[in-house]
Design a protein around this ligand. Sequence first.
Ligand SMILES: Nc1ncnc2c1ncn2[C@@H]1O[C@H](COP(=O)(O)OP(=O)(O)OP(=O)(O)O)[C@@H](O)[C@H]1O
Ligand SMILES: [Mg+2]
Length: 220
Amino acid sequence: MIKTENIIKKYGSGDSEVIALNGVSLHINEGEFTAVMGESGSGKSTLLSILGAMNSPTSGSVEVNGTDIYKLSKDERSMFRGRELGFVFQSFYLVPYLTLLENVMVPLVITKKTKKEKLEMAEYSLDMVGLGSKSHRLPGEISGGEMERTAIARAIVNRPSLLLADEPTGNLDSKTGKAIMSLFSDFNKTGMTIVMVTHSSEWAGYAGRVIRVADGQIAD
Ligand SMILES: Nc1ncnc2c1ncn2[C@@H]1O[C@H](COP(=O)(O)OP(=O)(O)OP(=O)(O)O)[C@@H](O)[C@H]1O
Ligand SMILES: [Mg+2]
């Protein structure tokens, strides 16, 4: 499902150069639920964004579902992202003036579905995270946990084969965190491959595999 060969990622240049990833080779099988742990600044978000086809490595290759994603053109890569991937960001990036339903429909804009199909998919997705009854609210009218769940509904609305989540439970209380983890376990049982960054060993416990990142390298 995911195969990376010796990823190196540098930000900046000269004196301000940062080596965020320093030779990451990784295999993740289809259907795996993997947690990525490591200290702040170790390179977790960088790794996730590179796996998510939105941050080119300085060198090295990334294969997702047999496609070498950084050999695609920019357009092909965004199509690939829209078709195969779901992403929950460290901050949720909900659009404040769109309702939850409209926010969840955003990834469907580029797909060739009818308006009715898009609405059904978005409603289904919001139902899955328990927000069906609040679909017409704005992000400013819901709680932090509900924003997080909306971001998750948006990430899964196109039924991605790979879900990448950067601290999806980062700011949540234990009860909401548990609800989100059991949601992820359910997605995983339906065959979705999941890679989740987390600082919490409690949440990592829901994953079948834990990868540790330290100083831009896989520590295990
Ligand atoms: N866009 C950027 N430009 C310059 N440096 C960056 C950029 N993004 C990340 N970095 C640096 O790369 C390193 C890895 O950052 P990254 O965000 O991947 O860490 P992280 O493990 O996700 O940390 P956290 O747990 O705090 O989210 C850090 O030193 C960070 O300052
Ligand atoms: Mg991060």
